[in-house]
Ligand binder design. Sequence first.
Ligand code: PHE
Length: 510
Amino acid sequence: MASDLTAPILDALSASDAPLLSSEALPSHPSLNVKSALDRLGSRQMIEYEAIEKDVIALTPEGEDIAANGSHEAKVFDAVVKALDGLKITELPAIVGKDNAKVGQGNAFKHGWIKKDKDLLRATRETIVDTTREALLTVQRTKTLDDTKAIADLKRRKLIVLTKEITYKFSKGPKYAREFVKEETDLTAEMLLNGSWKTTQFKPYNFNAKGALTPSGALHPLNKVRQEFRNIFFEMGFEEMPTNRFVETGFWNFDALFVPQQHPARDLQDTFYISDPLTADGPREDPPNDPHCPKASKDKPLDYKQYWDNVHEVHEKGKFGSIGYRYPWNADESLRLVLRTHTTSISAYMLHKLAANPRPARFFSIDRVFRNEAVDATHLAEFHQIEGVIADFGLTLGGLIGFMEVFFAKMNIHQLRFKPAYNPYTEPSMEIFGYHEGLGKWVEIGNSGMFRPEMLESMGIPKGMQVYGWGLSLERPTMIKYGVSNIRELLGHKVDLNFIESNPAVRLEK
Ligand code: PHE
């Protein structure tokens, strides 16, 4: 081993019973190599050692340069002396360099080495002592300097830095020997047979050694927070919705939710449209035996044609007691394919299924959605939405507020505020704000409301049944929990794997 210093250490000690200093006995060896050799010998009690920390002074690269070539002011002085009959001030930079000229001229004046004579510089003496260089040479040799004022001055000029140096004081241990015998690490069958095990030296176990980290998979913080939310939903009797469709028709993403076809959310600037294929079929029966689709109810077959016609009519003319939006509804627009902008498209799909057998139900989902947004520290073009839906008879807005208090309390958010808001598919609608103890401020945590009759009755949900809905992003609470301020550190190609591997599990209520 090139860096094995055990032999030089044992050699040095053979001549001395007094303790030695590594800085003297083993100068110019990297401290890490010295330490590892001392550890090896120390663990076998061949030596004893202790570390001594010492304050030392080191030269910066600029300090090294001055120690070798002289200070700026000395260079200026030399240039002036060499000019014999005065040096034109304007010529100085060309001779000594711009940096030397600037700093050196001032210092040389301060020392009184040179003086100004019209546009000439003249030397006031024949020789000078370059005190800066002298001091730096002393530091280079001894790593110290007696003059504290000079130290402060050199430090301010960034020519030296104060650091610590570790040296080791070592001496013979109870099992000192001149030679470090190579120790066996394994007891073999041969050693047992030929008896050599009796005299062989074995390497002692090192019970202090930390094992090498076993590489393993790690869950992404978003996955951990997602699991926490799932647990909360399951605890409260929710059923998970199938969210395995990133691409939806405008029908499920917008029209079914009573979002008019002129709504700005449907603009190209806000929504990603699929160009190939451009459109899909209208709403229809799920493919048979698709494991992701909830089992069809046997109670009443769903009439997709009726649903489509209802949506058309409720937008264009109004129905179910609503006057509608009164615009010519375009079937092609409804069939265009989009990357879903929210998981509320899935809620619509599930509520339509529920209409075959209207009964109290609780659904949730946590999955990815896409919006054509300018990417910045808090926005990406894709994120995860947490969505919940509760269907029951006789629900009221007060009940929704009460539910939110219970739901968010499970995340240790106990103060909520509600602000009237607008969604095309809910009325009334509320933005939810929570007081975040950690951040010490109110933060927007979600959007919610009661789904409109235009949406529910088109599906066949009976009049007496109301449905709460709410949504929040998964990224927001994850960023707060893990102290991430830039969303790009959490999701996308810039994520640091080390960040994923080293983060602890999350407990939302903590
Ligand atoms: N879809 C809403 C959003 O994207 C969330 C929401 C869902 C609001 C259900 C009300 C009802 O912000």
